[in-house]
Design a protein around this ligand. Structure first.
Ligand code: DC
Length: 223
């Protein structure tokens, strides 16, 4: 790090299931900075909208949902929705299969982007997402973009979900990852896209520890 007394942002973007959150958590721990899981924020909005039976469309009902929604994180980085943890629900297939439609709404993106900037303004942070290096913090000091072969991503995600007790097949997980990347990359507003100045990391054949080390090497920290 050039100047450790100065706050800095690490933007970590990439497709679904590329291992961003695991990597970001470990980088944050090593550097002693805040980790912000921006995907969890979009998952939380989707979960609440589904609970309320709201369609993925703009309008007063969505505006009200966003106005009444208070998001926070507990000490384990689990998102709190109006003070309560819904970790299991936001990671389940129902939310995963709907999040790309709700998160494309301009009102949802504007509300989440504003909150992410507010948090990042106050402290050094690593944020993982899809549009951190392009839209949320285009001036981030460090930008990374993770890519992984989709079959490897599906295997890894399937294992995680099965361990959590979710009843899901490899085919369902593969379809969800592929479809989310398609929708997330093709939306008009803040699509999933590598920033021109981001460093690409291919995680297909490397371990989590190696992914973390690559980022630490660029940031200039000896772990
Ligand atoms: O990181 P994740 O898979 O938990 O993210 C869930 C969804 O949220 C993802 O399919 C796209 C959306 N998302 C987004 O649009 N922008 C972000 N910065 C983070 C996530």
């Amino acid at each position: 790090m050039e100047n450790s007394s100065e706050n800095f942002i690490i933007a970590l973007d990439g497709g679904s299931g590329t291992g961003k959150s695991t990597t970001a958590k470990l980088v944050a721990k090593t550097l002693g900075i805040t980790y912000l899981d921006t995907g969890a924020m979009y998952r939380a909005v989707t979960y609440v909208a589904l609970q309320k039976g709201l369609k993925a469309e703009e309008g007063p009902a969505m505006d009200e949902l966003l106005k009444d929604l208070t998001l926070g994180f507990d000490s384990e980085n689990h998102i709190l929705i109006n003070g309560e943890s819904h970790e299991q629900e936001i990671r389940g297939m129902l939310v995963s299969n709907n999040v790309s439609i709700y998160c494309a709404l301009p009102s949802v993106r504007a509300a989440m982007t504003a909150q992410q900037r507010e948090i990042g303004k106050k402290q050094s942070c690593i944020l993982d997402g899809r549009d951190i290096g392009t839209v949320v913090f285009p001036d981030a000091k460090y930008k990374f973009f993770m890519v992984t072969d989709v079959a490897v991503r599906a295997e890894r995600r399937l294992k995680e979900l099965l361990e959590k007790g979710e009843k899901v097949t490899y085919e369902e997980v593969l379809k969800n990852l592929t479809e989310r990347d398609r929708l997330d990359s093709s939306r008009a507003n803040a699509p999933l896209k590598k920033a021109d100045d981001a460093i690409e990391i291919d995680t297909t054949h490397i371990s989590i520890q190696q992914q973390v080390q690559k980022i630490l090497d660029y940031v200039g920290v000896v772990a």
